[in-house]
Design a protein around this ligand. Structure first.
Ligand code: F6R
Length: 247
């Protein structure tokens, strides 16, 4: 796929096609650079992408043995064994099914005793890894990326954040009840995300159409954290038709 400088938009027919296009892009980046550093997201949106990557690996078409990964975020506090933890999610949806080296998999530690120290260490690990080659992102209905919620200023480095009610409401579908959704999370900052060499943002479904329009066509504002991506050199946004409806 040819991409020019700035923010490129690809509109797929549906979720499956969006996932296939995204997988081609991720697998292509790894084929080009077998020791690529990938930034990864959780949530409903990238599940199809991960399924495609597992399929490519099983077909012998993708080798992940030399990649390094950094996940965007993790709830806080949460046990890794908790099925709702992002650590559990990544193992279930991707890592257990590909030939990744678990020694090079990084997810913020939701069990850390000192969350601030964990965030500083996580940021340092990303920097030591030579920074992220390709960062996969989903989009919150409130415009968040990672767990960087709408705010008065853009967040910088990885930090402990409070989730907004909108995010708690959006994510309660994964929990037995709203009360079980953790109220805090550890997340890469907007600056951490913006330092990635390349960004792949995915969004699907009509519920995202309004925020897709606002983050791409609206002003760059910390009230819509994803709008910062307008300032990045190399962003590919892959949408399905429903999510692209407002453009
Ligand atoms: C997940 C993450 C979040 C999600 C966003 C969209 O690691 O960082 O920003 O990408 O909340 O979630 P879904 O895909 O479930 O709509």
């Amino acid at each position: 796929m040819k991409a020019s400088v700035g923010l490129n938009i690809v509109v797929a027919e549906d979720y499956d096609e969006m996932s296939k296009i995204a997988a081609e892009l991720v697998a292509g980046a790894v084929a080009e650079k077998p020791d690529a550093v990938l930034g990864l997201a959780t949530g409903g949106t990238p599940m199809g992408l991960y399924k495609e990557l597992v399929g490519l690996h099983r077909a012998g078409a993708a080798d992940f043995s030399r990649i390094t990964t950094f996940n965007l975020d993790e709830y806080y506090p949460i046990q890794k064994t908790n099925e709702q933890s992002y650590s559990f999610f990544m193992n279930e949806n991707l890592f257990n099914h590909i030939n990744v080296d678990f020694g090079r998999v990084h997810i913020p530690d939701g069990e850390a005793k000192d969350p601030e120290a964990e965030c500083a260490a996580y940021e340092a690990r990303i920097a030591a890894g030579g920074s992220i080659d390709l960062q996969v992102l989903g989009l919150g209905v409130n415009g968040h990326i990672g767990f960087n919620e709408p705010a008065d200023c853009f967040s910088a480095a990885t930090s402990l954040v409070n989730l907004t009610q909108s995010t708690i409401d959006a994510n309660k579908r994964f929990f037995e009840s709203e009360a079980q959704v953790p109220r805090q999370a550890l997340t890469m900052g907007v600056k951490t995300i913006m330092m990635a060499r390349r960004i792949l943002m995915l969004a699907s479904g009509g519920a995202k159409a309004d925020i897709v329009r606002r983050f791409i066509r609206g002003p760059v504002t910390p009230q819509v954290p994803a709008s910062a991506l307008q300032l990045h050199r190399r962003v590919t946004v892959v949408l399905d038709r429903a999510a692209a409806a407002g453009l």
